[in-house]
Design a protein around this ligand. Structure first.
Ligand SMILES: C[S@@+](CC[C@H](N)C(=O)[O-])C[C@H]1O[C@@H](n2cnc3c(N)ncnc32)[C@H](O)[C@@H]1O
Length: 400
């Protein structure tokens, strides 16, 4: 893999975030891409691979199909054939015998009843190849391998082998305390903010901030901080093709791109314990001076003078006996009372409670919070009816 070789790279993402991911890729300068299901395939050189790993907020892994290492996709007849063909690959040009590896597999082929079996066959083939060359085999480490390999076998028995360039999933930015309750994943939080059409030149408020994920992601977006700038290890660092000088250049350039956000990023939550977690996470992300927290019921929080956007992930009422209808109603009433001119976005899996907000959403986007199907609703707040709003807008435009 030379520095200017164009690589095919598959960026995996969460359902519903594919278009946001494409926008992110375009911002990085990618021109050649193709939308898939929970994935976007794009083309770029090694520098782009490093950049994409550091910068993409809505991708959770970037994998590079093996073709890029001059190994073509191949068809298999049975498990032994898989073993033979995987053993033929020059694994020793990709990693050292002293490094650990793991294989994840996705298998649609009718040749196998269990997806784990082909992964086991491939693992044996790799180990035997090394043993035959060096009289020694690399160890398997399913938890924290140096080299993560993806094996995909299609329904018509075609095998694609890819290397995971990210290692740990990219949503693990490293700032979050794993003990947090019901947090939203970092990639979903970033995706929601990017979907919210926030201009990044006005205030950002989360009225149910919990452990602070939306606030941290918003602060990174507003200050143009690459979300994985501080990560110590990426999968590609363990490849023999790793170019440390190029990687350091990408990091230095990313640091230079930081900007100063002039408005406020505010988090409100009623729970003191959760607030403590939020404070710790914000500190771990190095964003303490960029985010303001209020331990309050959102009903008692006074809206900032200057307008902006609200993006929130309220409780969904999943706990037995918990009813959040009144909470959602109060949220709608509070928007009407205090947030004239703001846009508010709410994500929830509770469709009944969302109706209690009592406002007509101007957009509804289907997203998944873990396995929960949710709606991400946009409420545009303005005084009076839609008609008067439209007239006022037309007036504004005439005056400009
Ligand atoms: C689903 S959690 C938010 C999780 C958050 N997005 C995160 O990533 O950690 C909902 C939060 O709403 C807070 N909450 C519930 N009722 C509230 C109220 N009346 N005012 C402010 N916060 C409230 C809870 O304390 C909880 O932290």
């Amino acid at each position: 893999m030379n520095a200017n070789q164009q690589l095919k790279i598959v960026a995996k993402t969460a359902a519903g975030l594919e278009d946001v991911l494409i926008e992110e890729l375009k911002q990085l300068g990618v021109t050649d891409y193709e939308k898939g299901i929970r994935a976007v395939t794009f083309y770029g050189n090694k520098e782009m691979l490093y950049k994409a790993n550091i910068w993409l907020r809505t991708a959770n892994r970037l994998i590079v199909p093996f073709k890029e290492f001059s190994i073509k996709e191949f068809s298999i007849k049975d498990a032994d054939d898989l073993y033979r063909q995987v053993k033929r690959i020059e694994w020793e040009t990709i990693f050292d015998v002293d490094q650990t590896f793991a294989i994840d597999s996705t298998v649609f082929s009718p040749l196998f009843n269990h997806t784990k079996f082909p992964a086991l066959k491939a693992k044996d083939a790799i180990a035997d190849r090394f043993r035959s060359k060096f009289d020694k085999r690399p160890n398997v480490d399913p938890e924290k391998p140096d080299i993560r390999i993806n094996l995909h076998i299609s329904i018509d028995n075609r095998c694609t082998i890819s290397l995971d360039s990210s290692g740990d999933p990219l949503f693990k930015r490293g700032y979050r305390d794993s003990r947090s309750l019901a947090p939203i994943k970092e990639d979903l939080a970033a995706g929601m903010i990017l979907l919210s059409e926030w201009d990044k030149d006005s205030n950002f408020v989360d009225l149910f901030c919990g452990s602070g994920t939306l606030l941290i992601e918003a602060a990174m977006i507003a200050n143009n901080i690459a979300p994985n700038i501080n990560r110590a290890v990426f999968g590609f660092m363990n490849w023999k093709t790793f170019d440390e000088v190029l990687f350091n250049k990408v990091i230095d350039e990313a640091l230079d791109e930081e900007i100063d956000f002039k408005h406020q990023i505010i988090g409100v939550d009623i729970d003191a314990r959760v607030m403590g977690m939020s404070r710790a996470n914000i500190e771990a992300a190095g964003l303490t001076d960029k985010i303001t927290l209020f331990k309050k019921d959102f009903k008692d929080f006074k809206a900032p003078d200057k307008k902006g956007v609200i993006v929130s992930n309220p409780p969904y009422g999943e706990r037995i006996g918990e009813n959040v209808d009144d909470l959602y109603k109060a949220f709608g009433d509070n928007l009407k009372a205090q947030y004239d001119g703001w846009n508010a976005w709410l994500i929830s899996s509770n469709m009944g409670a969302l109706k209690k907000v009592g406002l007509r959403p101007s957009r509804k986007i289907k997203l998944f919070n873990g396995s929960l199907e949710c709606r991400f609703m946009k409420y545009e707040m303005y005084k009076g009816t839609k008609k008067t709003h439209k007239l006022a807008k037309a007036d504004e435009n005439r005056q400009e």
